[in-house]
Design a protein around this ligand. Sequence first.
Ligand code: TRP
Ligand code: ZN
Length: 504
Amino acid sequence: MSTPARSNTRFARFFVPLVCAAAASLAAPSCIYVRLDAEDWDEIRSEWRHDHGPPRSHGSAPLTPSYGSAGLGDPYYPELGGGGFDVAHYDLDLDVDMVTGVLEAVATIDATAGQPLDRFHLELAGLDVESVRVDGVEADFERDGRELAIEPAARIASGAAFTVEIAYGGVPEPTPDPAIPFIPGVGWFRMPSGVYVLSECIGAASWFPCNDHPLDKATFSIEVTVDKPFVVASNGLLVSEVDDGDTRTYAWRASDPMATYLATVNIAAFDVTVSEGPGGMPLRLYAPTDATEDELAEFARTSEILEFFAERFGPYPFECVGAVISYESLGGALETQTIPVYSRGSGEDTVAHELAHQWFGNSVSPASWQDLWLNEGFASYAEFLWFEHVHGVDAADERMRGMYRTTRDAKFAPPADPGREQLFGGAVYVRGAFALHCLRKAVGDELFFETLRSWADQNHDGHGSTADFIAHAERVAERDLSALFEAVLYAPVLPVDEAYEAHE
Ligand code: TRP
Ligand code: ZN
């Protein structure tokens, strides 16, 4: 795994002059040494101490430092996340000044070491870190771009549970994300009406220090204090709302493991409607106070959509459900866990799409960002299934023919490797959905829905990769499907499908 960038700088600073000196020495044998003055030696000593800790007076074998990696090696974002530990829980205590935009926060992170740790990496984009404590003891930290490298005072033993407490703050800003070129950034959006958080892919680090990769899912407690009349909507159950005169404190708790990009906090003067969803679970709708009947009508079938999906995908995976409708447009909707955030004007098809993500994307998360078609191809196909349910098979067939034609005409890239810049494009959404439709036609409805149900069931609160899904589909169908998946997921352009061409 990659070593911290600072080692490379040191390598360049001390190794390069040595090589130059050695080369020079061939021409001028009198110059065979590199002069290091007192300052250089101080720097060498302090770098050594930084990397190896203070000199030890006991024992004979030097301690070899054990560092968690600065990234998890995701094919599209190699630097994302940090290795050597696993986060179990984030406790975020946020104070938000809605006039200045300043966030004052403490993040308490419970984790377990997967290796001895003298140093490990979290991520935080922007903001200022005031202090870091590991198991209650002040720790050293260093920042380099998004990387927040932490050096506990004492080595954390492999397998040990530990707690990191980070006091930080500032005015959060969205982080530019090469996969999301349609908006300037992702994460914490400060809008005229308030704050909305839409972080996919890399925006979670814009508002809290985290292991920012879907491979490290964790439970969350999010507590937010804001001035009245602002209302806070976040993930999971609202466990308390405390009125403190001018301010209110909202405590939210998400008990099911969640990827960092699905954590959200939304703060505006919302109208709140609480009702019962399927099975009596809480269904909370946060809407602009001036939302029209027509705008709200798009959300009226939420429970019906959830029941429709539960019949096809298996039980809804979480404890509650809801929706946040923003006052302004946010460039799209995001399937934030248990409570998607919708841009004003979103329609019922988008509601179906984001609800389907609760199964595909949220409960079963992509093992890498390259596997995103397992989120977006599936949610787009679920949207199609709801369309088929509402409008009938003929209208649905017509729509699928359109998806085939667009895929062919636009020469959409392979869903299994669309490239980072095309991650949220037609290759993944449209060709990805078409790929599932081809699987359905090949194996029949019964085996197809059995494939989706057992995929959601076996990987719930976990992950899957494209290779895992292919192997899973072949197990369920009890046949080799490699030619089919090769064509729909991997071929540079979708091969001609005679059945669809015949309809022209
Ligand atoms: N996942 C979203 C969807 O359901 C798309 C999306 C990704 C998005 N990142 C975003 C939308 C950031 C708004 C902001 O299709
Ligand atoms: Zn989606």
